[in-house]
Design a protein around this ligand. Structure first.
Ligand code: NAD
Ligand code: UD1
Length: 343
């Protein structure tokens, strides 16, 4: 099939492009490169030996988006493009609503105009907000606790409305838990700009000496060791989940949400100690106050994805740490090319 991947140059998008190409699909990427480098797609070609058709286009530019659909016979869309930094969304809410919501509205309008009704959407476990119980299941009431989360929740609702208006739509809402790790080739991985917000990229940068030490946000949560518990999921497992969701939406119409997580939660201290074992050295850290907006425990019940998508995670925490580490060591400055560094 011909699959349009919005945000395909990004972290999860690039890993999904590899799986799509390896499964015999043609891939067309639309990305404005606001949080990614074109080099990622060159590396995807290096891994798979297959070319990707790339358009540097912003989803806010509907005219250019129409041209992409006019020039390509698109069977389905995997929609990753969006801004994702929670803290930034609190200070720049209009930018987040404009980019994520308007970008998605434009995409849906252009899809509908061209008779393309199949979409896999990148949602997030953030739509569960603050829950009393874990594991989290898809039918729990949803709640947004910051503008970023609200864009995900609103988009889920917009996509539900689209399906009510026209039964041709077939949409999978994939609620990712905490994606970490990198492709085992060491060629593609997460390339955060500036100081990372998320735990694993922060740890890898401390481990290579780019940052002096890790701050552990909160040691007084109601968890076994007092630190926050999350469901870390290997990005390649996550990418495979998109292939399974694609297969499902080609067969069954409607909108359905799926948790993509492992079903196991690890504390911050467990992640640190696993990482230390993998790399054979200590990670300096201090436990400080809680980060505002953080929840104590989040992990998935991934049963629905197993039953309906035939998807289950296969890679454990050790492999997540090994692959994140390999990516960091082999690409200490991310995708910045060596020749650019010498300029
Ligand atoms: P990423 O920033 O690496 O990738 C997003 C890509 O979208 C980037 O390449 C960026 O340049 C592009 N983009 C953003 N706005 C665009 C626009 N208006 N037009 C065209 N391209 C645009 O992020 P990621 O980690 O790969 O996340 C992919 C998706 O998954 C996002 O929607 C994110 O909200 C969601 N998600 C991510 C996580 C995570 O922890 N990484 C967790 C849950 C959900
Ligand atoms: C964050 C986002 C969430 C998003 C998810 C995946 C917030 C509040 N939430 O989730 O919306 O879907 O990323 O991208 O930003 N930690 C430290 N020190 C650090 C960094 C993190 O102790 O330097 C702790 C956190 O308190 C948390 C755990 O590590 O307990 C994981 O944090 P992180 O990787 O940022 O992910 P989430 O907060 O789960």
């Amino acid at each position: 099939m011909n699959i349009l991947v919005t945000g395909g140059a990004g972290y999860i998008g690039s890993h999904t492009c590899v799986e799509l190409l390896n499964n015999g699909h043609e891939v067309i990427v639309v990305d404005n490169l606001s949080n990614s480098k074109i080099e990622a797609l060159d590396r995807v070609t290096k891994i798979t030996g297959k070319e990707i058709k790339f358009y540097q286009i912003d989803l806010l530019d509907k005219v250019s988006l129409h041209k992409v659909f006019a020039q390509n016979e698109i069977d389905a869309v995997i929609h990753f493009a969006g801004l994702k930094a929670v803290g930034e969304s609190v200070t720049l809410p209009l930018r987040y609503y404009q980019n994520n919501i308007t970008g998605t509205l434009n995409l849906c309008e252009v899809m509908e105009h061209n008779g393309v009704y199949k979409m896999v959407f990148s949602s997030s476990a953030t739509v569960y907000g603050l829950q009393e119980t874990v594991p989290l299941t898809e039918d729990m009431p949803l709640q947004a606790i910051n503008p970023y989360g609200r864009t995900k929740l609103m988009i889920e609702e917009i996509l539900e409305d689209l399906n009510l208006s026209n039964k041709n739509w077939s949409i999978a809402l994939l609620r990712y838990f905490n994606p970490v790790g990198a492709h085992h080739s060491g060629l593609i991985g997460e390339d955060p700009s500036g100081i990372p917000n998320n735990l694993v990229p922060y740890i890898t940068q401390v481990a290579v000496g780019q940052l002096p030490k890790l701050n552990v946000y909160g040691g007084d949560y109601p968890t076994p060791d007092g630190t926050g518990v999350r469901d870390y999921i290997h990005v390649v497992d996550l990418a495979v989940g998109h292939i399974k969701a694609l297969e499902r939406i080609m067969m069954v119409n409607g909108v359905a949400a799926y948790n993509l997580g492992t079903g196991t939660g690890y504390s911050v201290l467990e992640v640190i100690s696993t990482f230390e074992r993998v790399i054979g050295k200590k990670i300096p850290y201090s436990v400080i106050e809680r980060r505002p907006g953080d929840i104590a425990i989040s992990y998935a019940n991934p049963h629905k994805a197993k039953v309906e998508l035939d998807w289950t995670s296969t890679k454990g925490l050790v492999q997540m740490c090994e692959d994140s580490w390999q990516w960091q060591v082999e690409n200490p400055t991310g995708y910045e090319r060596k020749d650019e560094l010498n300029v």
